[in-house]
Design a protein around this ligand. Structure first.
Ligand SMILES: [Zn+2]
Length: 85
């Protein structure tokens, strides 16, 4: 992991923790990351895809919703979010 991807992961993870109980699609998370870091969306997308993969496998910090109306764009898509246990 490079510093840039680690930083991206922390920004997206922090956003999800702040929005606890809400779930977002990869498109919205990539947009959020690009807005806040000024990184390319493609680079953010790589990090977010990995987060979705971990969430699907149940190995990440975040929960995966296969079918969810995104809490930002309202489009039904696979979403991830943070739910405190
Ligand atoms: Zn969305």
């Amino acid at each position: 992991m490079t510093n840039a991807t680690e930083f991206l992961g922390r920004v997206v993870g922090g956003f999800l923790r702040d929005k606890e109980g809400q779930f977002f699609c990869s498109e919205c998370l990539a947009e959020h990351a690009a807005e806040h870091i000024g990184s390319g969306k493609a680079q953010a997308r790589g990090v977010i895809d990995a987060m979705f993969k971990y969430a699907r496998e149940g190995t990440g910090l975040f929960e995966h919703m296969p079918v969810w109306p995104c809490d930002r764009c309202a489009v039904t898509n696979p979403c991830i979010g943070f739910r405190a246990t």
